[in-house]
Design a binder for this molecule. Structure first.
Ligand SMILES: *[C@@H]1O[C@H](CO)[C@@H](O)[C@H](O)[C@H]1NC(C)=O
Ligand SMILES: *[C@@H]1O[C@H](CO)[C@@H](O)[C@H](O)[C@H]1NC(C)=O
Length: 414
């Protein structure tokens, strides 16, 4: 427990230092999203602690832009059964939400947080419960550290759906478990604070919530390569309520559009077969008869093309060996390595040798004298692609060939 106190102190200090820094400017664009407070209201929390938490949450929301086309807030009590104090869109200003939080009464009972998280998931994604489709979702869980039922799996489900999870622990609690439960990185999403010191984190938490609510963070690209990238978005539709139309256009050639339809329960798509080093404009257009959700746009630039071997030089030809070298030489940062495949041009089994990244030559041994080989050098890139170049190599005629020369041996010399 000593470690806990030290950690709490360290976190509080860090927060206090951060607060003394320059004031943040207003957010780049007006935030929109659903903010759900999940508050431990069970008998494990003292009345005093509960009243301090209420005060803290009230001060946290008061300056937030709440209302239509802005943030919606809801408060759910954790107890034997989850219980909604107020739902999304019920109050349309920071001040009225603050009043509603101050009026909330403690429910007592068990601490069934897992149950409450499953309930929170329904509230966050059910438009009938007042949630908004296609907006960022944030969960703020205030806990004294304990739960009667498992928290990990339902929390993971929420994060998989794109919900940003902040955890405020006012009591004991297991650091590792709570770090895993909060969104990454935990330094930003997990706070250990004494109930009497909650005011220390108010500003930082409010700023982090607003950051998470920035609408431009919704459509994201990842795993960008020279020929592909992955798109990911928050759930806006369901399989029943509609589908998405994805559009991909090279920025320099607006006429060349690729389209793809994906089901309403999809939250990602990989675009492949793209040109290297090229800007693409991507649009995600939700199509639904039930909901109107606007399109989202993103520009993504593919990586420059990986250059494979551009030149192969055959040298040191002997009856049973040749040396193969190539350029350019790529290091371990670019390639995993090279493989060199060789076999008689006239047919026969091919063999393969591996050459580590950073080297540009190998000597092929055990060859047949006076034979034409096809040699292929392949660079295996870190991102999975391969680039190859081939060349012909001839071995010198051996002793036996010299004793019984073939008519065209000389013409085949290197
Ligand atoms: C979408 O729903 C269908 C069935 O309705 C299911 O087979 C599919 O796996 C789901 N896809 C995703 C990405 O959840
Ligand atoms: C292979 O690398 C060596 C040393 O870096 C260089 O001198 C040589 O020209 C390279 N081989 C080819 C075929 O470019």
């Amino acid at each position: 427990m000593l470690a806990w106190t030290a950690l709490g102190l360290a976190l509080s200090l860090r927060v206090a230092l951060a607060q003394s820094g320059a004031e943040r400017g207003p957010p780049a664009s007006s935030p929109q999203g659903d903010l759900l407070f999940l508050v431990d209201s069970s008998a494990s929390v003292s009345h005093y602690e509960f009243s301090r938490v209420r005060e803290f949450l009230g001060q946290l929301v008061a300056p937030l832009p709440l209302g239509p086309r802005a943030l919606h807030a809801s408060l759910v009590h954790v107890g034997s059964q989850p219980d909604t104090e107020f739902s999304f869109g019920q109050y349309n200003s920071g001040a009225s939400v603050q009043d509603a939080i101050r009026a909330a009464t403690q429910r007592m009972g068990d601490t069934n947080t897992g149950l409450a998280l499953a309930y929170a998931k329904e509230q966050l994604f059910d438009t009938a419960a007042g949630s908004q489709p296609g907006v960022p979702k944030v969960l703020v869980w205030v806990t004294d550290g304990g739960s009667s039922d498992p928290v990990g799996p339902p929390m993971q489900e929420l994060k998989d759906l794109g919900v940003t999870v902040f955890i405020i622990s006012t009591g004991r609690g297991n650091l590792l478990e709570l770090s895993a439960a909060a969104s990454a990185p935990p330094e930003k999403h997990l706070h250990f604070v004494d109930v009497d010191d909650l005011h220390i984190i108010t500003q930082e938490l409010r700023d982090s919530i607003l950051d998470a609510m920035q609408p431009q963070q919704q459509l994201r690209a990842s795993e960008v390569t020279s020929s592909s990238f992955r798109l990911a978005w928050l759930p806006l539709l369901t399989a029943k309520s509609g589908y998405y139309l994805l559009e991909l256009v090279p920025s320099a050639e607006p006429g060349v559009v690729r389209r793809q339809q994906v089901p309403g329960n999809a939250t990602g798509w990989v675009w492949a077969g793209l040109e290297p080093d090229t800007d693409y404009d991507v649009a995600l257009v939700p199509e639904s008869n039930e909901l109107f959700v606007g399109p989202q746009h993103l520009r993504v630039r593919t990586l420059p093309e990986e250059a494979g071997p551009e030149r192969i030089v055959i040298s040191h030809a002997r009856p049973r060996s040749v040396r193969v070298s190539w350029a350019p030489t790529l290091g371990p940062a670019a390639v995993l390595g090279y493989h060199v495949l060789y076999g008689p041009l006239q047919g026969g089994t091919a063999q393969r040798v591996e050459v580590p990244a950073g080297q540009n030559s190998t000597t092929l041994q055990g060859l047949t004298p006076g034979t034409v080989y096809l040699v292929t050098v392949t660079a295996a890139f870190r991102l999975g692609q391969e680039r190859a170049l081939s060349a012909k190599a001839c071995t010198l005629p051996g002793e036996r060939s010299r004793a019984l020369p073939l008519p065209d041996t000389r013409a085949r010399g290197p």
